[in-house]
Design a protein around this ligand. Structure first.
Ligand SMILES: C[S@@+](CC[C@H](N)C(=O)[O-])C[C@H]1O[C@@H](n2cnc3c(N)ncnc32)[C@H](O)[C@@H]1O
Length: 520
């Protein structure tokens, strides 16, 4: 039996009121300190301690007024009444806004000049916000009741998505000045759409606080920005995200049931044939043309100067993802680049080189080849600073062909989760002939799913980030989000000489880093 002494969590869990409750409890009744179990050892310190505290059995204290328990931060705990939920929402809101005030983080509003996002959230405050989000969704479900909450969802989800997609596709954002207003005629002129279409799309959008009428209820009102439409006006990355997820990836998802019916029913597992995806079904003789995979669409949609516009947009989306998931830090820390010295690196499927530029700027000895599909090259030419082009070169190369460059490090970031097992294995195998003794693969990918874990589950809104991507992978590629162990299996299946020398998984950045060396 380990020696009983004061729980270390007492000093650590001070960031939310609930943690204070735990701390007080721990201080009054010392508990046994145990080593972190492996299932929480990979969590960032604040979460790890929170989990550890739950595991070592500090009883769940209940706030008598709100019935809010410690587990509410981390776990599903269905509230019973509207009043319970309201109290929980109030408490979580107070916790979040106290954190914002204490840290001088400005709160967004609906005004056009509002901050466009929260900056500087810590792991704890992020968890509080997501728990609040879950509670608010529960409130929405409960206030409507089971049947009407379904009715309202299905009634509005497609029109919601369609209006946002139309606004984005025709760049309504730029048609309305950020510090003024525009008439429906002004917007019609800018978008080249009939005035009536403009009015109807905007009328629905305003129900989502995307734009607002200057004179609510008047047919001839002018239109101004809200913070949500202004965020899209200000941020090309956000526009690219909407375009990629709604306009590129959205339509094929509508035929997922039919794809499953045609290709997967009666089988023990989802088909992994790339000709049998929802995407392939949708784009076979589709309205956009004939496309086999999303990359085929991105590369080839459009003609003349417009050709490849979706790929250029996707490049911007990937750059934006790097910002929102703070992947620059992951890139810089995924390997000891300094110790690597004058290393050669291949950034396989490296988009327009946004990661390679970060590496090259921070590590002047690195020499990097960015490989990607042809339509990415103009974005590389435009985005990579001239002075870095000697060290960050672009090579058009398909990763299904044997790797032509002998390098010290092959970087695979956010590549394999787009492919079923067979293709992922093929991509890794394609590297092997070029690999020399001591060269390695640095694999960085999205871990939407963490497999079995002993701790309390993450808030549903965090789980949904993984499950939504997983559904998208299913529809677009017959692929899936894999937990860390499955990624290791893909390496082993590609070549048993791959030795995993390091794994780092972080559920808050949603990223796993695997370093694999090819042994003799
Ligand atoms: C999800 S993005 C990841 C981009 C980049 N590694 C990053 O993390 O931002 C996948 C990339 O794979 C590229 N790609 C798709 N099929 C490819 C192929 N057959 N050969 C090379 N690159 C490909 C796409 O153009 C895209 O840039």
């Amino acid at each position: 039996m380990p020696k009983a002494r004061l729980c270390r969590t007492a000093e650590i869990l001070k960031l939310t009121r609930r943690c204070d409750i735990l701390c007080q409890h721990a201080l009054r009744r010392p508990c046994v300190v145990v080593d972190l179990c492996p299932c929480v050892a990979h969590l960032p310190p604040p979460l790890r301690r929170n989990q550890a505290c739950l595991r070592i059995g500090i009883p769940q204290r209940t706030n008598s007024r709100t019935n809010l328990r410690t587990n509410d931060i981390m776990a599903e705990s269905p509230p019973t009444t509207l009043n319970d939920l309201a109290a929980k929402i109030t408490e979580l809101t107070e916790t979040l806004s106290r954190f914002l005030t204490d840290n001088s983080i400005p709160e967004p509003s609906f005004a056009a000049d509002s901050p466009t996002s929260y900056t500087g959230l810590t792991a704890e405050s992020f968890m509080v916000r997501q728990a609040l989000f879950d509670a608010l969704m529960d409130m929405i479900y409960l206030t409507q009741g089971p049947s009407e909450s379904i009715f309202n969802f299905v009634h509005t989800c497609m029109p919601d998505a369609a209006s946002l997609n139309v606004l984005n596709y025709f760049d309504f954002w730029a048609a309305v000045p950020l510090d003024g207003s525009a008439s429906y005629d002004d917007i019609a002129k800018h978008t080249d759409l009939p005035r009536e279409v403009v009015r109807r799309v905007i009328e629905h959008a305003t129900t989502l606080r995307l734009f607002a009428p200057t004179e609510p209820g008047k047919a001839e009102t002018r239109i101004r920005h809200t913070s949500r439409s202004a965020a899209l006006s200000k941020n090309a990355g956000l526009r690219a995200l909407v375009s990629t997820l709604l306009d590129d990836a959205g339509p094929p998802m509508t035929v997922l049931p039919e794809a499953l019916r045609q290709y997967t029913t009666g089988k023990p597992e989802l088909t992994t044939d790339m000709n049998e995806t929802s995407f392939a079904l949708f784009h076979r003789h589709g309205v956009f043309g004939e496309y086999a995979t999303p990359w085929d669409l991105l590369e080839n949609d459009g003609s003349g100067e417009k050709k490849g516009w979706r790929q250029r947009n996707f490049v911007e989306f990937m750059r934006y993802l790097k910002d929102i998931f703070q992947l620059e830090k992951v890139m810089l820390e995924c390997y000891d680049w300094k110790a690597a010295g004058k290393a050669t690196v291949v950034d396989v499927g490296g988009s327009a080189g946004h990661d390679s530029v970060v590496l090259a700027q921070n590590f002047p000895d690195l020499s990097i080849t960015v490989q990607d599909l042809g339509q990415v090259k103009p974005a590389y030419e435009a985005n990579v600073p001239q002075e870095l082009k000697a060290r960050v070169r672009f090579m058009e190369h398909s990763f299904f062909d044997p790797q032509p460059v002998r390098a010290d490090v092959y970087l695979l970031k956010l590549i394999l989760h787009d492919w079923p097992d067979a293709e992922s294995i093929q991509i890794l195998r394609g590297l092997v002939p070029a690999m020399k003794a001591g060269s390695r693969v640095i694999f960085i990918d999205y871990v939407g799913k963490h497999g079995d874990s002993e701790g309390a589950p993450l808030p549903r809104s965090i789980q949904a980030m993984g499950t939504a991507t997983d559904m998208r992978m299913m529809a677009l590629f017959n692929a899936k989000e894999r937990p860390v162990e499955e990624w290791k299996g893909i390496f082993q299946a590609a070549d048993s000489r791959f030795e995993i020398v390091r794994t780092k998984a972080d559920p808050l950045t949603f990223m796993v880093v695997i370093e694999a060396v090819l042994r003799e």
